[in-house]
Design a protein around this ligand. Sequence first.
Ligand code: 5RP
Length: 236
Amino acid sequence: MSDDDLKQAVGETAADLVQSDMIVGLGTGTTSAWLVRALAERRLDIRCVATSTTTATLASELGLLLVDIDDVREIDLTIDGADEIGPDLTLIKGGGAALLREKLVWEASRRCVCIADASKVVTTLGAFPLPIEVVPFGHTTTVRRITGGLADCGILTAPRLRQKDGAVVITDSGNLIYDAHCGAILDPASVEAALKSITGVVEHGLFLGLTKEALIGTALGVEHLGPRDFKDLPNG
Ligand code: 5RP
């Protein structure tokens, strides 16, 4: 089975977690796109909050009812992908540049379920470059401070401004993304604290303590796992 087959299987399984009358947070990325398609096919009476304009476009094209995050008191269930899933369900997200809206939606949700193919599971976070969203004003100054903050955490790296097809990537909120090739993030909480203390950093892709469950697509089927299951999983 290809990674895309696994993403499809996990997206379709995740759609079965949704029930009528729910307010559902829709993630961003290729795995979440499978979720959105499967959810639209179920034709439930639900309202959805999208984590990006890309997901909003797909969801509304498929007939899902979208609402603004500010028009709901709480989101019942958010289902979203990840770039890396580490010990205790710590995550790196933001490969699709949607980390800010994703984190806002996750934090407004009673339950968050991470969906991914098995290749995303790692024993240590950091092989995937950590996305950091910064405001455009003064971003070169901000990234110097980010470099210093990461060095204080023992991570020597020069974050790179994200570009796609030769153009600088601008997020849905009009910001820039710097990708920090950390190698290994041994103390994610310290990195989170360091980045959060820097003016100009809007958000970062470390999602710590935001989910207690994940659906992982493996060659043997889709596994529904909790934090303890992520202590001893082999890399990949
Ligand atoms: C977007 C994200 C995605 O969830 C993450 O990049 C995983 O994407 P995919 O499902 O395409 O592998 O965080 O900002």
